[in-house]
Every structure is written in structure tokens, then in C-alpha cells.
Ligand binder design. Structure first.
Ligand SMILES: Cc1cc2nc3c(=O)[nH]c(=O)nc-3n(C[C@H](O)[C@H](O)[C@H](O)COP(=O)(O)O)c2cc1C
Length: 322
């Protein structure tokens, strides 16, 4: 579904209709805003701010992030639109004068942050955007140049660049289709010999979640809207290698599966915290399993959208053997 247009609403006088278009001609989705909802959205957009607009039913809301605006409607798939696009159209519709803004997302390597640039600056920065320097050249040269690229909201590199751990989740329920996507990401992760030497536990039970907090050194955020525990299962790895190798494979299987789930969660607008600090025996007991837990992935909507943490320079991280 791609956001297409804002137009007058026949049912809500002084409100508007926001239209999304699917691949097929007659595949469209429409969100109708009443006068107050539209006014609140205009207020946020005209100040180039991020924020939230609660809709009439008090469970649906619009979340305006710097890059993507999300329409989370009850019993409905999440609808998304580029914030700059929706800002332009909504403000035009509401006849509010505005300056166009552009969102640029740098690759993780050089600037793991999202920034908004105005028209005049865009000209200044244009040559860097078309830089011919490759990543590896930048690593090898003494002064890496910033590489810039525009990325779509679901682009994997955008997910890398904007992901950030969250230890404070808001109460919003995570939609089942998002949980499905997160679980199916774990399922398609590569594994040793394709034996999938791991198991995922989706912990829904309230008291089990509370017990996991206790088992994880009393880290309160372990009691998150969605809790996945990734366990190793070396018995599934049907390869003729010594037990310690099979253990190692299954630990890697469980870890990469958790990483796939973490990225999938970020890709659908959620946030995560990876928990490695826990008492394995306690976790086993809570899950009622003999399998060794390798990580707990706690998932939900972040209370606040934070910008990514900085890292060491790639030049320090990567040693090139020539
Ligand atoms: C193996 C591993 C273990 C971790 N264990 C914990 C943990 O027990 N508790 C916690 O709050 N964060 C934990 N984290 C999250 C890291 O603190 C976090 O990823 C790191 O500070 C970088 O921040 P970012 O994810 O926002 O980039 C863990 C991360 C990894 C990869």
C-alpha cells in the first residue's frame, strides 16, 4: 500500500480522506479524519515535530516520526506514509504555508542518524550524495567520506541505520501480523546444515513474564508486550561432528535467528531489547524445557523514538588483510 493523496471527505465535513493505493487499481485503503483529528495532525506537521494523534475511537492513533508516519487503526493493518510526503499534502490541503523538508538517512557506517535537511542545504550537500567512493575505499583511506543515500522506510539499510534498543515500551498492543513477521524471520534465518538447531518460546503468560524479570537479574523491561526466548537445540543438528561443535552450531543458529527477529521487529516499526544477562537454569524452569536459553528478545512499541548510538569507526572495527 502506497500513500497517494489527501482529499475532502464526504462523510466528515471539514475533515479529510487519506488514500492509500495497492498494486491493483481497485485495491485502496482510506483513513477518514474528522475536523479535530485533522487540526491536531496539521498542528504537529506545520511545526515539523514528531508526535501522536489519538483518533475518535481512542484506540487508533497516528504516530508522526521524523521519517515515517504510521496509522495504527483498530482491526486494521498498519498504514504508513513518508512523513515529508504526508506533511506536504496535508499542509497543502489545510492551506497552511510551509517549506518542504527532506529526510535523509545516512548509512550506519558513517552517520548512524536520521537528519532533516532543508531545500537550501540540499544543494550544498548534493555532491556528497553522489560520492563515488565505495565503503571499502573509505575504510582504507585515512579520512572516510560520508556516504549518503535515500532509503525507503522498509529498506534493510534503513532498519540497520535507525534501529535502537528500547528499555521502555509503551502499552500499545503489538499486532498479531507483526508477531507473525518476527517469528517467520527467525524461521528463514540460515542455520548449520539447515537443521534449525534452535527453538523459540513465545511467552504470553503474565506470571511467566514476571518470573523472567526475576531470572534476568530483575531487569523490569523483560516484562515486555512480546517476549521471545531463543534456545539452542543441538539434538536437531544432524551432522557428524563432536558434541562441542554441535553445541557451537546450535548457539550460532539461535543467535542469528534472534538477530533476524530483532531486525524484523525494527522493520515493522517496533523496538527491542536483547537480553543476554539471565540465569539459564531459572529460565529453563520457567519455560519447562531442558533446552539452553541463549537470548531473550523483548519487543514492543518504544515509549520514545531515540536516535541510534554511535559506534567506533569502521576503520577500527575492520582489519583488512591484503
Ligand atoms: C549479547 C547481548 C547481550 C545483551 N544483554 C543485555 C542485557 O542483559 N540487558 C540489557 O539491558 N541490554 C542488553 N543488551 C543490549 C545492549 O546493551 C545494546 O544493544 C547496546 O548498548 C547497544 O545499543 P543499541 O542496541 O541501542 O545500539 C545486550 C545486547 C547483546 C548483543
Amino acid at each position: 500500500m502506497k500513500f497517494r493523496t489527501v482529499e475532502p471527505s464526504y462523510t466528515s465535513k471539514d475533515g479529510c480522506r487519506l488514500v492509500w493505493q495497492g498494486v491493483d487499481e481497485d485495491d485502496a485503503d482510506v483513513v477518514i479524519l474528522n475536523k479535530e483529528e485533522l487540526a491536531k495532525l496539521v498542528e504537529i506537521l506545520k511545526q515539523n515535530k514528531t508526535g501522536e494523534v489519538e483518533l475518535e475511537d481512542q484506540t487508533s492513533f497516528i504516530r508522526i516520526n521524523s521519517d515515517v508516519t504510521q496509522f495504527s487503526l483498530t482491526n486494521h493493518d498498519l498504514l504508513e506514509a513518508n512523513t515529508s510526503e504526508i506533511q506536504e499534502q496535508i499542509l497543502e490541503f489545510a492551506k497552511v504555508p510551509h517549506e518542504p523538508q527532506y529526510v535523509y538517512i545516512g548509512t550506519k557506517e558513517f552517520y548512524p542518524s536520521v537528519w532533516i535537511r532543508d531545500d537550501s542545504k540540499q544543494k550544498e550537500d548534493a555532491p556528497k550524495k553522489t560520492s563515488k567512493q565505495s565503503l571499502i575505499q573509505a575504510i582504507l583511506s585515512s579520512e572516510p567520506e560520508k556516504l549518503r543515500q535515500d532509503l525507503s522506510p522498509t529498506d534493510l539499510f534503513r532498519v540497520f541505520a535507525t534501529r535502537r534498543s528500547t528499555r521502555k515500551f509503551d502499552k500499545t498492543k503489538v499486532e498479531d501480523w507483526k508477531i507473525d513477521k518476527i517469528l517467520s524471520a527467525a524461521d528463514v534465518a540460515p542455520t548449520a546444515g539447515n537443521f534449525q538447531g534452535f527453538q523459540v518460546f513465545l511467552v504470553k503468560n503474565k506470571s511467566a513474564k514476571e518470573a523472567l524479570v526475576e531470572a534476568a537479574n530483575k531487569q523490569p523491561y523483560v516484562n515486555a508486550p512480546v517476549v521471545l526466548v531463543f534456545c539452542t537445540d543441538p539434538s536437531r543438528v544432524n551432522l557428524k561432528f563432536p558434541p562441542d561443535i554441535l553445541e557451537k552450531f546450535s548457539l550460532q543458529d539461535a543467535t542469528i535467528a534472534a538477530a533476524f527477529s530483532l531486525l524484523a521487529a525494527s522493520g515493522v516499526g517496533l523496538s527491542t531489547i536483547w537480553i543476554g544477562m539471565f540465569d539459564e537454569e531459572k529460565v529453563k524452569k520457567i519455560l519447562g524445557t531442558d533446552l539452553r536459553p541463549s537470548s531473550i528478545l523483548c519487543i514492543g512499541y518504544p515509549d520514545k523514538k531515540k536516535s541510534p548510538k554511535s559506534r567506533r569507526k569502521l576503520k577500527e572495527l575492520i582489519k583488512v588483510i591484503e
